[in-house]
Design a protein around this ligand. Structure first.
Ligand code: C2E
Ligand code: MG
Ligand code: MG
Ligand code: MG
Length: 283
């Protein structure tokens, strides 16, 4: 069959695995050029106070505006960027851009709360994380207390002792620290109290089953109870229904984030939706 196709066919890319490897290679090459070509953008998702319904924070989420593929979500490229190290320069861009946008909103008089940025394990382990964060804050002029960094339990657990020291230095800089996707990792509850944290984000997989699934309700309530006892704020991610939102409010969860309130949107769309609402309700 190979003969019928002729000598010049790229026979060795025809198996699914090689096609996949080839596509990965193409993707990796275009990812390398994406920073210099300014193909990344940040989208923003609102976090609401469950008590007041007011905007209390915004999470920045990266997107890749690929010339042929269109808008590419982080699930497609963050793992690759972690593996090849590109996450370090990409993450530095995210920090700069989120701080710049947050400062612009702050200067315009919009009280949106904090701006949250995700850090991956490789960024967290990189030597210049502190410098990168300090540079983003200095260059933008964003007050450090308005920046919240989200890290996962597995990031901490890769090197728990170093994490204590690094988190302490970040806390000294005045930024807020949050554990993302909480409940899915393997950090022990006992170890949690060693870290200078500000908030826990309950993973979407638990929120999903509330208020009907008894196990998800129990886990969610337990996380809220622990967070409260430790003086941490609790954020629920992936809130999609009014029943979930009502359950979380009644259970004492501080903030809620999810498609129910808004999907991640461009800076201008987020501002139009949320700043408009707030001004209108005051008037
Ligand atoms: P994450 O930090 O846990 O972010 C929440 C993800 O859940 C986002 O997906 C968001 O769009 C999605 N989401 C929010 N509300 C709902 C909901 O109600 N239902 C459902 N089904 N999904 C919801 P996204 O933007 O695709 O990001 C996926 C992950 O990629 C993030 O999870 C985060 O781990 C990572 N990521 C995103 N931006 C960055 C970044 O700038 N740097 C790094 N290192 N990682 C990032
Ligand atoms: Mg996050
Ligand atoms: Mg999360
Ligand atoms: Mg998540």
């Amino acid at each position: 069959r190979a003969k019928q196709r002729g000598r010049n066919t790229f026979q060795f890319f025809t198996s699914d695995m090689n096609t996949l490897a080839f596509e990965q290679l193409l993707l990796e090459n275009s990812l390398r050029r994406a920073i210099e070509r300014s193909e990344f953008e940040l989208h923003y998702q609102p976090q609401l106070s469950t008590a007041t319904g007011q905007l209390a924070g915004i999470e920045a989420l990266i997107r890749w505006r690929h010339p042929e593929l269109g808008l590419v979500l982080p699930g497609t490229f963050i793992t690759m960027a972690e593996q090849n190290g590109l996450i370090v320069p990409i993450g530095a861009w995210v920090l700069q851009e989120a701080c710049r946008q947050g400062k612009a909103w702050h200067d315009a008089g919009w009280e949106f709360g904090h701006i949250a940025v995700n850090l991956s394990a490789r960024q967290f382990a990189s030597d210049d994380l502190l410098d990168t964060i300090r540079a983003a804050l200095d260059k933008s002029g964003l007050p450090p207390s308005m920046l919240e960094l989200e890290i996962t339990e597995s990031t901490i657990m890769q090197s728990p002792q170093e994490a204590i020291s690094l988190l302490g230095k970040l806390r000294d800089m005045g930024v807020a620290l949050s554990i993302d996707d909480f409940g899915t990792g393997y950090s022990s509850l006992a170890s949690l109290k060693q870290y200078p944290l500000d908030s826990l984000k309950i993973d979407r997989s638990f929120v999903k089953g509330t208020p009907d699934d008894a196990d998800d309700v129990a886990i969610t309530e337990a996380i809220i109870a622990i967070a409260r006892k430790m003086g941490l704020k609790v954020v629920a991610e992936g809130v999609e229904t009014t029943e979930q939102a009502e359950f979380l409010r009644a259970a004492g969860c501080d903030l809620a984030q999810g498609f129910l309130f808004g999907r991640p949107a461009s800076a201008s769309d987020l501002e139009r939706q949320w700043r408009g609402v707030r001004l209108a309700s005051v008037a």
